[in-house]
Design a protein. Structure first.
Length: 764
């Protein structure tokens, strides 16, 4: 069997290369705006060191805080997930809204820093074409290229961008060692005057406002962009292999590799850049000047190339963060399933393309200078970090009350310090940068907050799967209640089948399998043609249906027919209810002359509207789509009570055809190890229940994209009927819609018949 299972990140180094582009590249662009501020003001000798040390201390405290976050939250939602668990949905909506903005801004800053690096060597990019600088078009092209690569999965991203992150880490350490060799080992001074309310004096002995403290904090606000990458590693926890603890350890190790290099760069390279570059040079960035000073010309140009590629890597890292955040938010029902749906490479592709369009629009409207976006960039970071800090404090305080341990007390002290520090930084940044763009959060965050809230109301809260399995796994085995309910009331019998036809051979592809099912159940078939808006002459339609009716009666099947008018899906459902049908059987992808019957539109609409199970075959030249002996059944379960509504129909069909039944569960990547471990005995218990009914049932457990895996298993196991509920834990996207994204994708692409059991509102 060769069902594809996505390959996860295996270790800390691999994770650092996959997700470290953003924090590793931050020294490349944070020094410029920071030094320009303090050099122009003439306060660099006093405030520089204090700002650097304050930033490094912040990195240390925030990293320690995120060690706990990585232990607690492993589904990819990071700080937003912790905030939801501790404060409720309002917090996760604010946190997720700011995270979306922050990742987009990280992409903007990294890409604009990239084109600045290139323009340092090729000034022609600063020329204009139809009012836009050439660098704008370069940024747009590189943005879409990066997003295309990232949407091909984390393994491809590691191969393409991993070497870049490794190269920049190598470059930074080369520059650190070159600095020590050329200028000696000098750490930044820590001058207490940097926190003074007095300021530098003019040549006339007068103090020039504002104070040293103002510039210390203003520089701190500009340089703190380097901390934003920490959240990336929290979102990458879901991409590692292993148990919860192993994944958290690997993610933290990745963060230490990258953030340790970043901190050393700030401490060692910082003083050298201050002393040997010109921050007022508008044509060449200070980091390029530093490389020119420390390295031979060829190595300096190679460093520029490394900087360019690693900034692409930074863009890729936050793009992966967007993907994982989308999966986490979908899992928690804050965005529709379509936004978190995995593509063929097991990643959420649509949010990435949305971001690519958004950043391209920003380049066109606001240009490609990193200083344009740094104000917004820094502002959001510390709102996120402060919320996460207080959520972590609340979690540890609760744990400490339950069990007092010295290590937890020390951890709580550290989290309080981190929360206070990040909260203070938030206030400083918004005061300092409010009129530079930080005000826009007051507009953007409420919009995203309302959107997340709207999605949550439509989808409803996610099922508490751990509570669910806590119930079902107690006692001696597990028997689905729906099994007893359906059998006792005999609701799973198939006595009447409705078949929509339109006179085409394509629509008749459903007839062989419907005939086989009807004979096994001694069921009545009701043929139906919907004359949409009475556009067709009913006389030839009646002759056609009579011919089909005679052929079915020749097989000993009781058959009748009706010709009705109206909207197709609604009419099919209305007729099925009026004749008390047990199954609607139809061919997908059949043209009605105006619409496509069941071609990803009408078939989905029928399933959304009806309460009747639907048997589907896809219009195809493949024989398996038209014929079935019902000998090899695949049942897709996801651990929810909703998915179990298909189980009673297994008994009906499997006993009639002496079928072999395979129970399939596909674990999504944001489901933790504890949940997966509970699924396996659950599947075995369901198989045991089926065995007591003399049904040969086996189980199959896989971890990959659900829809694609179901399709692969159908092909590779020669399945001749796939059975599934119309949705399970994925929920619905609108109050009266009962079709999940997995079901819809399977219906459109399957190569075997599908039996879909829709759910009533009470079932949900």
């Amino acid at each position: 069997m060769s069902v594809k299972v996505s390959r996860k990140l295996s270790g800390s180094l691999e994770g650092a290369l996959a997700g470290g582009g953003d924090p590793a590249s931050s020294p490349l662009y944070v020094f410029g705006p920071f030094l320009h501020l303090i050099v122009v003001a003439g306060v660099a000798q006093v405030t520089f060191g204090a700002t650097i040390w304050l930033a490094v201390f912040t990195v240390f405290m925030v990293a320690a805080m995120y060690r706990q976050v990585m232990r607690w939250i492993t589904d990819g939602s990071g700080g937003s997930g912790l905030c939801e668990e501790e404060f409720g949905s309002w917090a996760v909506k604010i946190n997720a809204g700011i995270t979306v903005i922050e990742y987009t801004l990280t992409f903007l800053v990294s890409m604009t820093a990239l084109v600045t690096f290139i323009a340092d060597r090729f000034p022609v990019l600063n020329d204009t074409f139809f009012g836009f600088q050439h660098r704008v078009f370069l940024a747009i092209c590189l943005s879409f290229l990066t997003c295309w690569i990232v949407n091909r999965g984390p393994r491809v991203s590691v191969r393409v961008f991993g070497p870049a992150t490794a190269a920049v880490l190598f470059l930074l350490w080369i520059l650190i060692l070159a600095t020590i060799h050329k200028t000696g080992f000098h750490l930044p001074d820590f001058n207490l005057r940097a926190f003074s309310l007095s300021g530098p004096e003019s040549g006339l002995g007068e103090t020039i406002p504002p104070s040293y403290l103002h510039f210390t904090l203003a520089g701190y606000a500009r340089i703190l962009a380097l901390v934003t990458g920490i959240e990336v590693f929290a979102n990458l926890v879901a991409a590692y292999s292993g148990s919860r603890e192993e994944r958290s350890q690997k993610a933290f190790g990745s963060m230490l590799i990258v953030m340790g290099t970043t901190a050393m760069s700030m401490l060692v390279l910082g003083p050298m850049i201050l002393g040997h570059t010109n921050a007022l040079d508008a044509h060449v960035s200070v980091f390029t000047q530093a490389m020119d000073y420390l390295l031979p010309p060829w190595a300096s140009y190679a460093g520029t190339l490394v900087g360019v590629v690693v900034l692409l890597s930074a863009c890729a890292a936050v793009t992966q963060g967007i993907q994982n955040l989308a999966l986490g938010l979908r899992f928690r029902h804050y965005i529709p399933a379509s936004l978190g749906e995995r593509n063929n490479y097991d990643v959420a592709g649509l949010p990435v393309w949305i971001m690519a369009g958004a950043v391209s629009l920003c380049y066109l409207l606001f240009g490609t200078r990193e200083s344009t976006y740094l104000a917004l960039y820094a502002a959001g970071v510390f709102v996120l970090l402060s919320m996460t800090g207080w959520a972590a404090t609340k979690r540890l305080l609760r744990e400490l009350k339950a069990e007092f341990l010295p290590v937890k007390f020390y951890g709580l002290t550290g989290k309080v310090i981190a929360a206070l520090l990040t909260s203070a930084a938030t206030v400083v940044i918004f005061i300092e940068r409010f009129f530079d763009g930080a005000w826009s959060y007051a507009l953007l965050v409420p919009v995203l907050y309302l959107y997340f809230g709207h999605s949550r109301r439509r989808l409803g809260p996610p099922a508490d799967v751990h509570d669910w399995f806590g119930r079902v796994m107690t006692g001696q085995g597990y028997v689905p209640q729906i099994w007893y309910d359906k059998i006792k009331r005999k609701e799973a019998r198939i006595d009447r089948i409705v078949i929509p036809l339109n006179g085409t051979a394509a629509a008749e592809q459903i007839l062989p399998i419907a005939r086989t099912l009807a004979r096994s159940q001694d069921a009545h078939i009701s043929l139906l043609t919907v004359n949409e808006d009475k556009k067709l002459d009913e006389t030839p339609l009646s002759e056609y249906l009579n011919a089909v009716k005679r052929s079915l009666r020749d097989d000993g099947i009781q058959t009748g027919f009706r010709i009705l008018s109206g909207e197709i899906a609604a009419t099919i459902d209305r007729h099925a209810m009026s004749v008390k049908a047990d199954v609607i059987a139809a061919t997908t992808g059949v043209s009605t002359g105006v619409k496509m019957l069941a071609s990803g539109s009408i078939v989905c609409e029928v399933i959304r509207k009806t309460l009747v199970p639907v048997l589907l075959v896809r219009r195809s030249d493949h024989w398996r789509n038209r014929y079935s002996a019902f000998k090899n059944l695949l049942v897709a379960l996801d651990g929810s009570e909703a998915a179990e509504h298909v189980l009673p129909y297994i008994r009906t069909i499997a006993q009639a055809f002496n079928s072999k039944v395979t129970l399939l569960f596909v674990a999504e990547e944001n489901e933790d190890e504890e949940y997966r471990n509970k699924i396996k005995p659950y599947l075995h218990d369901v198989a045991e229940v089926l065995g007591k009914e003399s049904i040969n049932a086996t189980t199959l457990f896989l971890a990959a994209d659900p829809a694609r895996t179901i399709l692969n298993v159908c092909r590779e196991h020669d399945i001749d009927l796939l059975m599934m509920a119309s949705h399970g834990r994925g929920g619905t996207e609108r109050p009266n819609v009962h079709l999940g994204s997995v079901t819809e994708k399977v219906i459109k692409e399957t190569e075997c018949p599908v039996f879909v059991v829709p759910l009533t509102r009470s079932d949900q």
